[in-house]
Design a protein around this ligand. Structure first.
Ligand SMILES: Nc1ncnc2c1ncn2[C@@H]1O[C@H](COP(=O)(O)OP(=O)(O)OP(=O)(O)O)[C@@H](O)[C@H]1O
Length: 245
């Protein structure tokens, strides 16, 4: 009998493959164990919500996936290539080429317009989308010549999303993207993230302690005490407009 696989279909490589990940911060004499024994696969095109209480290690995990921080133990692969062990230059190239970040605070440049904030990235990206397209994706075309101070918090966050996706990253990593927003404004931001995931196929990871957001995901990863407690697939996804908190 042959050992050959019964299908010719190629085995899909996950976007992220995490095995035995641990992270310890040494602060003087104190060792802070932020993550331990994390095993996780994120598939291409998934919309994943990472949910957990404050301090459980969500940001640490996202930062390691995004190449902003490095693991203490274990393996992290992006598209089958190890991130663990990569040097600073390789991680910088990885972040620049493949990762779009969205944080709770928008970090826009106040003296530049919406359009100029987004254009900053296209100057250094290899294959950016037209700026008009990125701004349209976040529904800010009529506001493109306005400055951040002239926009609401939700609109500023949408600029930050346009800036994150204009370089066509493979993954969009969002750390509490609605943390500073009320429900209605937050819904608009989440709607934009869901649209980018659906229309561009960008793999999206959203970390939050807000359980209401879990309903939007293809899959919810529950984190607790520095590790993955369980994952659940939503049989039916909710639209952002159906969420409330
Ligand atoms: N640079 C650091 N130095 C020392 N300890 C850190 C550092 N960064 C995070 N930690 C610790 O690691 C643990 C996990 O932190 P992390 O920020 O990942 O949690 P979180 O789930 O994102 O929390 P929150 O929802 O409050 O942002 C916490 O105990 C935190 O104090």
């Amino acid at each position: 009998m042959s050992d050959a696989p019964c299908s010719d279909a190629p085995t899909a490589v996950p976007v992220f493959r995490v095995r035995g990940l641990g992270k310890t911060y040494q602060v003087g004499p104190v060792a802070v164990h932020a993550l331990h024994d994390v095993d996780l696969d994120i598939e291409r095109g998934e919309f994943v919500v990472l949910l957990g209480a404050s301090g459980c290690g969500k940001s640490t995990l996202l930062n390691i996936l995004g190449g902003l921080d490095v693991a203490s133990t274990g393996v992290v692969e992006f598209n089958g290539q190890p991130l663990t062990g990569a040097g600073e230059a390789a991680l910088t190239a990885y972040r620049r080429e493949h990762v779009g970040f969205v944080f709770q605070f928008y970090n826009l440049i106040p003296s530049l317009t919406v359009r100029e904030n987004v254009a900053l990235v296209t100057d250094i990206a290899r294959n950016p989308m037209p700026i008009d397209e990125a701004i349209a994706l976040v529904d800010l075309t009529p506001r493109q010549h306005h400055f951040p101070a002239q926009l609401s918090g939700g609109e500023q966050q949408r600029v930050a999303i346009a800036r994150a996706i204009v370089k066509r990253p493979a993954v969009l990593l969002c750390d509490e993207p609605t943390g500073a927003l009320d429900c209605q404004t937050g819904q608009r931001v989440l709607e934009v993230i869901a649209r980018i995931n659906a229309e561009l196929g960008t793999t999206a990871l959203v970390i939050t302690h807000n359980a209401a957001i879990a309903g939007m995901a293809h899959r919810v990863v529950y984190l607790g005490n520095g590790t993955v407690l369980r994952t659940e697939r939503n049989a039916q996804r909710l639209s952002a407009a159906e969420l409330s908190w």
